[in-house]
Design a binder for this molecule. Sequence first.
Ligand SMILES: Nc1nc2c(ncn2[C@@H]2O[C@H](COP(=O)(O)OP(=O)(O)OP(=O)(O)O)[C@@H](O)[C@H]2O)c(=O)[nH]1
Ligand SMILES: [Mg+2]
Length: 281
Amino acid sequence: MDFHWYPGHMTAAIREIEKNLKLFDAFIGIIDSRFPVSSENPELSALFNGKKKALVLTKSDIADEGKVISFINDSKKHGVPAVSVDARSLSDAKKIREMINSLSEEKKERDRKRGIKGRPFRAVVSGVPNVGKSTVINSLKGKASAKTGNIAGVTKGGQWLNCGGGIELFDTPGLLPKKINDKRSGLLLAFFGSMNDELFLPEELYKEGFLLIREECPGVIESYSMIDETKEPYSFLEEYARKKGLLKKGNESDTKRAAMLFINDMRSGKAGKLFLDEIHD
Ligand SMILES: Nc1nc2c(ncn2[C@@H]2O[C@H](COP(=O)(O)OP(=O)(O)OP(=O)(O)O)[C@@H](O)[C@H]2O)c(=O)[nH]1
Ligand SMILES: [Mg+2]
């Protein structure tokens, strides 16, 4: 399978970011706790090169906690502050605010010395589609101001949102790397909804995702489905479709709907907690 998606609105978003680049004091990279390496777009770090940087790992409620902690410790060791959150939770939003506040210390001190008062700290919030950027901003604001949704490409243009406490954040559309060289990263991005689902045949996307999840998180698929996960993916899918009552005329398994159900339950965390990147402890 070829994993590639770079629609026109991404090119437009990059242009808009470039126009605003000077305004940003910092870059808040939003990544998915379940695959923090593969969900980080390296082209964004290059775009915001020279800005202060911090990472927010969303969806920690549906990721393997130990692995997430180990990723965060490693990031801190490399000088990049990071927190893991359930982005929908207002109490977790406090952790993000504290992190942004410490990023802003230096600038505030500089402003104080120059006698400048009340200038906001402005950061750009960026990451791949569907990772939770708008949700993070809404929780910081304390109300739903940015549109969210569980498909790629909900945010179409950039917008500034005042999050109180002297923090202004620029919400951006999800941005994928122009080139995804690593097949595993491409698969993870497609499987977890950072690309347009219409690009892929559900059964094919299911199969690749099934094999990766089975390898990295043994036992998760079986406890979720109560079906032997060592089966060949397509026989598993047929049995799963039957079990879920997804049948076509003539009592045949509806493997397309079954594949989408499997994918959606993995995406939402209904199927269990996951961690799918290779990280070295
Ligand atoms: N369980 C869980 N779901 C989350 C979390 N953060 C976001 N979501 C869900 O993930 C989906 C995508 O969230 P958005 O905030 O729209 O993501 P986005 O990065 O702004 O997406 P685009 O604008 O399309 O790039 C929504 O259904 C959110 O409710 C989280 O920490 N935990
Ligand atoms: Mg958004």
